[in-house]
Design a protein around this ligand. Structure first.
Ligand code: BES
Ligand code: ZN
Length: 627
């Protein structure tokens, strides 16, 4: 008997060991062992305890199944999980009986398949399990790593394929399921999930003590299942939006996010009604490795966006936009990730335009393009493609700026070729057609062709779809982002290039954060100490409370071989990869920088998330080289 690739996976054999030539199903997700075409999870009941002492989540998950192939087993994804027992039943309410199961040999990236043969009539499977310290989805924080410094904190980060390290499930975005959660925590801590809470918001008397239940009645992919536990308070922004944060920063967060309702109105105008009940943002401690994560109903966000002047709220617009592009219309596999992030980046700027005006959106687009060009130059050709091939790789490798900024640029090119009116109608149709579905790039292209391209061949001729999606780099006729606000900025940057310091203090009084970021990027790459000191004396960058400005300023320093105490303080406090990676990358270009980098990493690593730790370890492995 020759085994197909699917049989091998179902049997729990490692992919590489499969004897026969696999028949590749284009839709199959290479990052999951699950075979949803045979047996698919449609609902999940999670019942767990959060144990801060042992840093462990344990309990049960009960999956309700749709069985298309009566002979096929249920295959779940797991990584670093302790599977204690498996039970099966006719349905989730019936009596459960012990069931056989087997674990496939572990793959470093994918983990191990958990295969449960199903006898006839079984439609519910319960797994008793516990997490291990290696779970990459979990970050357990000591009290000292929180704003309050008194109580511990836990949060999960499931995207891309980390959900399988805290729940055995079908960990592919092609599978959508509803879920319920029951979570037991220490009595004084609050649990939040990416779902509707069964307790009343903001009323401590009505908040349950130590046992929380949640419902997600809309089908979502596994990477959007999320949990956070900590000492938290809630503030309403509008009747349907709000913010959760530690008590000492909740007021700051409330003020920063005051435009959330206006953003919501702008988004609905573009993409149709908000489908998810409430929209709240949870502000996490500074070790959170991302800027934001679009967990449905409950975006998780870094506190580094609390600048005090709403200048960094594009991140909230971005995560909110995912409520449509990503959470409603979802990438079917991780090679379609650009459908999530490119649409969202485009959508985010349209929202900013609506709420803060055209110039704000343009500035963000110019800065985005700068970052894209800078990163693209360092990427291998194969990674400069939207429809990226990630077979055999960790899908997190695909999260460069290419899916974000090149994706957004592609949609901007379409908008410009067809005009806003037509393009907006296409967007509305896209969200209406694919809501609550997971789709591939091919499905998008087919829909684009029938709904937009075929309607106007002259416009269609201006955008080479195949080049945008399948070829590396940026097409020569791509839209050019420009904005007027950066012209005076460039003039002042030139003054600092030509002379040691301008004789009179330049007129920078009304500059906004984006102009300052552009200024710091426009400075000459080599800046002697005298000029750096003069710049800081004039503008006070090192005292900036704006994390983006401080980051750009620190980059200027490190690039010029200065490794100040301020740099160490920042890197020990903040674990956001967007800042940590470039600073370490810049440091290791010089031997003395490599030495400092290692010292700083020793102090910082205990507070970093596993993903940030591995990113820095990767950088420190490479020998120093002056770029
Ligand atoms: N969904 C992403 C975060 C993500 C991507 C996590 C891939 C894991 C794997 C989120 O929406 C995002 O894009 N966050 C950005 C901020 C955004 C404003 C560009 C981030 O965290 O930097
Ligand atoms: Zn995103």
């Amino acid at each position: 008997m020759t085994m197909t690739r699917r049989d091998c996976i179902a049997a729990g054999l490692i992919l590489a060991g499969c004897g026969s030539k696999p028949k590749m199903d284009e839709r199959r997700d290479v990052h999951s062992f699950a075979v949803p075409a045979q047996v698919r999870v449609k609902h999940m009941d999670l019942d767990v305890e959060v144990d801060f002492e042992r840093k462990q989540i344990r309990g049960t998950v009960t999956h309700t199944l749709v069985r298309t192939d009566r002979d096929a087993p249920l295959v779940l994804d797991t990584r670093d999980l302790k599977i204690e027992k498996v039970e099966a039943a006719e349905n989730a309410q019936a009596a459960f009986n012990q069931a056989q199961f087997s674990m496939g040999s572990p793959d470093a990236i994918l983990g191990s398949a958990l295969t449960v043969p199903l006898s006839s009539g079984v439609t519910a499977v319960r797994v008793h399990y516990a997490t291990s310290p290696a779970a990459t989805a979990l970050q357990w924080l000591e009290p000292s790593q929180t704003a309050g410094r008194k109580r511990p904190f836990l949060y999960t980060q499931s995207q891309a394929i980390h959900a399988r390290t805290w729940i055995p499930l079908q960990d592919t975005p092609a599978v959508r399921m509803t879920y319920r959660g029951r979570v037991r925590t220490p009595k004084d801590l609050i649990a939040l999930m990416s779902a509707r809470a069964d307790f009343r918001l903001g009323n401590p008397k009505e908040e349950p003590n130590g046992e929380y239940t949640f419902r997600m009645p809309q089908a979502i992919p596994s990477y959007l299942v999320a949990l956070a536990v900590g000492q938290l308070e809630f503030r309403y922004i509008s009747s349907r939006t709000g913010v959760w944060a530690e008590p000492s920063i909740v007021k700051l967060a409330e003020a920063e996010f005051e435009d959330m309702e206006r953003m919501m109105v702008a988004a609905e105008k573009l993409a149709g009604p908000y489908a998810w009940n409430r929209y709240d943002v949870l502000v996490l401690p500074p070790s959170f490795p991302f800027g934001g994560m679009e967990n449905p109903l409950m975006t998780f966000a870094t506190p580094t966006i609390l600048a005090g002047d709403k200048s960094l709220v594009s991140l909230v617009a971005h995560e909110m936009a995912h409520s449509w592009s990503g959470n409603l219309v979802t990438n079917a596999t991780w090679r379609d990730f650009w459908l999530n992030e490119g649409f969202t980046t485009y959508f985010e700027r349209r929202m900013l335009e609506e709420v803060y005006g055209t110039e704000r959106a343009r500035m963000e687009a110019v800065l985005g393009r700068q970052e894209l060009d800078r990163e693209m130059a360092t990427l291998p050709t194969a990674e400069r493609v939207l429809h990226i091939d990630l077979k055999g790789r960790d899908p997190d490798d695909g999260s460069t700026l290419v899916p974000y900024e090149k994706g957004a640029l592609f949609l901007t090119a379409l908008e410009q070729a067809f005009g806003r009116e037509k393009f907006d109608a296409f967007l509305q149709a896209y969200f209406a057609k694919f809501r609550f579905q997971s789709i591939t790039t091919e499905q998008f292209t087919a829909f684009l062709k029938s709904r937009l391209l075929d309607s106007d061949t002259a416009a269609a001729a201006k955008v080479d779809i195949a080049e945008w999606i399948e070829k590396p780099g940026i097409p020569a006729n791509a839209p050019q982002a420009t904005c007027e606000s950066f012209q005076p900025v460039e003039a002042v940057a030139r003054q600092w290039t030509e002379r040691e310091a301008p004789e009179t203090k330049p007129a920078t009084g009304g500059w906004n954060t984006h102009q300052w970021i552009h200024f710091l990027r426009a400075l000459p790459k080599e800046l002697d100490r005298k000029r750096r000191t003069a710049l800081d004396r004039t503008f006070g960058f090192s005292k900036s409370g704006n994390s983006e400005v401080l980051f750009e300023w620190l980059i200027v320093h490190v690039r010029n071989g200065e490794f100040s105490p301020k740099l160490e303080e920042f890197l020990v406090r903040v674990g956001r990869r967007k800042y940590v990676k470039p600073l370490f990358e810049e440091m290791v270009k010089r031997p003395e920088g490599l030495k400092r980098a290692k010292e700083i990493f020793e102090k910082a690593r205990g507070g970093y998330h596993a993903l940030t730790v591995s990113a820095v370890e990767e950088i420190l492995k490479k020998p120093p080289s002056r770029a």
